[in-house]
Design a protein around this ligand. Structure first.
Ligand code: UT7
Length: 367
């Protein structure tokens, strides 16, 4: 059975920064309250011309560069997002087209902030089964588009960004070792975005009622998160046949510094074993785990040979954890330049659209 290694990684974070000070000019809050209650100092907000697919493509190209893998070699693309570009088509298909992943299947996976763990596990399982060799997993968010900037309960929390992992089959032991995924839909009301779906299709009334904004019972989510995080870490480690002593890093979903602190206490592990960067990004939902991971690699914290636990939770309610033996890129003699495939991808997309137009024109004539 092949192993599923994480061989590439990349992130894309929009430049504009929104500080707590900026938010205190919009709602009744202040920097001290936000830092004390969440650990957040600032977050990044996408420009008007940046969308989930824009950030996802940038993160993906970087991840493919690290993996030294051409987009044309990808078998599968999974995008996970709590703020997808559309209900359909899948954001994954937009990414497939823009990076020129000519033979990849592509779909979106919705598990809110647990999405990156769910998606990475799905891609790893597809590789482990032997049915595919190369997969791209992306968490991408422009949550700022669904944030009610008059609601101090939510607008202080969220930020935009994207992160991507490349997963590849290898006979060398390592990579994704175990994962647990859980859900409890009885808590579905705790964190919602109700407007625009089949139950509340967009109307003037839904807009008036603010159903197109994130709504959250913060305390309920807080209680749930602190209950499940530690348990999930323990479960995933047990499944992997490992113990906390063997783990170099725990990389949690970055939702609230205090939640991470409570989880650390629950598993009796010092906080310095946790990678935490919420201060500068806020909660970027599905993108928070890969953004924290890539930063930790860039700082020289995460290294080849490390055992890492990823853990996340979110709307649904969903939660999960994953144990990974971190290896890094698979050595290869070839040198590919994934960014060069973008020009080819643009041309290919243009030609295919043109052919569809011409086909449509002639088929109308035939009728
Ligand atoms: O990916 C998952 C996404 N969601 C989460 O992880 C959210 C989890 N929950 C949380 O992070 C926290 O519950 C919040 C940060 C949302 C809220 O923090 P809290 O410590 O639970 O505050 P609270 O809701 O208990 O509010 C305490 C007080 C209240 O005032 P009173 O009723 O005690 O007078 C709030 O009205 O703080 C007030 N408050 C604020 N004050 C200043 C609530 N939000 C703010 C604010 N600035 N932004």
């Amino acid at each position: 059975m092949p192993f599923a290694h994480i061989t590439g990684w990349g992130i894309s974070v929009p430049e504009p920064v929104l500080t707590n000070e900026d938010i205190s000019k919009m709602v009744d809050t202040n920097d001290e309250w936000i830092r004390d209650h969440t650990g957040i100092r600032e977050r990044h907000i996408a420009r008007e011309d940046q969308f989930p697919s824009t950030l996802a493509v940038e993160a993906s190209i970087k991840a493919l560069q690290v993996a030294n893998l051409a987009p044309t070699e990808l078998d599968l693309i999974i995008v996970t997002s709590s703020s997808p570009e559309y209900i359909f088509p899948a954001t994954a298909c937009l990414v497939q087209d823009q990076i020129g992943a000519t033979k990849a299947g592509a779909f979106d996976l919705l598990a809110a902030c647990s999405g990156f763990i769910y998606s990475t596990n799905m891609a790893a399982q597809a590789i482990r089964s032997g049915s595919i060799k190369n997969a791209l997993v992306i968490g991408t968010e422009t949550l700022s588009r669904f944030t009610n900037w008059k609601d101090r309960n939510t607008c202080i929390l969220f930020g935009d960004g994207a992160g991507a992992f490349v997963l590849q089959a290898s006979d060398v032991p390592g990579g994704v070792i175990s994962a647990v995924m859980h859900s409890d839909g009885s808590g579905a009301d705790s964190l919602t975005l109700l407007g625009g779906g089949a139950r509340h299709p967009a109307t003037e009334a839904t807009v008036h009622e603010g159903k197109h904004f994130i709504q959250m019972d913060g305390k309920a989510v807080f209680r749930f998160a602190t209950r499940v995080m530690g348990q999930a870490i323990k479960e995933a480690l047990e499944l992997a046949g490992s113990s906390l002593n063997e783990v170099q890093w725990i990389i949690p979903h970055q939702a609230n510094y205090r939640i991470i602190e409570t989880a650390a206490k629950y598993i009796k592990t010092p906080l310095d074993k946790f990678i935490i960067n919420i201060e500068r990004y806020g909660n970027t939902s599905t993108a928070s785990i890969p953004i924290a991971t890539v930063e930790a690699i860039q700082k020289g914290q995460v290294k080849s040979g490390d055992k890492i636990v990823f853990v996340g939770f979110g709307a649904g309610l969903t939660w999960g954890a994953m144990v990974v033996d971190w290896t890094g890129p698979i050595p290869a003699k070839k040198h590919v330049h994934p960014e060069q495939y973008r020009a080819f991808a643009r041309l290919r997309s243009f030609v295919r659209r043109a052919i569809r137009l011409i086909e449509g024109f002639f088929s109308r004539k035939e009728l």
